[in-house]
Design a protein around this ligand. Structure first.
Ligand code: NI
Length: 222
């Protein structure tokens, strides 16, 4: 399931990220790409291990973890990897699939990927994130503070930036539920559960649905 999250960040959090990243040093993005993604990755990223990077990562993790739609649709076990990327004029990231395993010897699985946009679409030309399907493509260029969340199994690319600078946070999540189809079933059932409760309160039907939802999650969570 692919979906957009409006307003992941508060205006104050967005300002903190923009100001801090505006004054920070960036390094070549090829440092964190797999061997074949390296060939098509042309961007810059914030050096990952600095105290600045750690505090910005904490800020983004907290923002996502408090977001109800992110919780219901992704069921994160751990947001294990986060990068702050900058694309200046002429930079792009050609078609690739994100690495299946990340975090070195920790072997975190990437089930879900996200891109959180950190500056306004008017600040740059080009730079769309394009999801490639079997016979259609979908391009995303969202407002500052909004995110696109998608299965890590997807082929995707970032179109060349032709003017200005594109600033994003990109991240990867290991979900409690590995299968996208199972995550979607849980999300749909939870949506119905909440709607039933809002309309009719704690009925017999609500209790049975809640039991099924809990037992499916118990079977599928790992
Ligand atoms: Ni990617």
């Amino acid at each position: 399931m692919r979906f957009t999250l409006p307003q992941v960040l508060t205006p104050a959090e967005l300002a903190t990220l923009q100001q801090t990243l505006g004054a920070a040093d960036f390094v070549d993005g090829k440092l964190t790409a797999g061997w074949h993604a390296k060939a098509v990755k042309q961007n810059q990223q914030l050096a990952a291990k600095t105290p600045t990077a750690q505090s910005l990562k904490t800020l983004v993790r907290q923002a996502l973890n408090r977001h109800p739609l992110f919780q219901a649709a992704v069921r994160p076990r751990h947001i294990h990897s986060l990068l702050f990327s900058r694309y200046c004029e002429g930079m792009a990231y050609g078609r690739h699939t994100d690495n299946a395993l990340m975090g070195g010897s920790n072997h975190w699985r990437s089930d879900v990927s996200f891109t959180l946009f950190l500056n306004a679409p008017e600040d740059y030309s080009g730079g769309e994130l394009v999801m490639e399907g079997a016979d259609e493509e979908q391009a995303y260029k969202l407002a500052a503070g909004a995110a696109i969340v998608y299965p890590s199994t997807t082929l995707h690319r970032v179109e060349p930036v032709t003017a200005g600078t594109r600033l994003v946070a990109v991240g990867w999540v290991q979900s409690l539920v590995r299968s996208p189809a199972q995550r979607e079933i849980l999300f749909d059932l939870e949506t119905v559960q909440r709607s039933l409760y809002a309309q009719q309160g704690k009925t017999d039907e609500f209790d049975l649905l809640s039991k099924s939802l809990a037992n499916l999650l118990r079977s599928w969570a790992e």
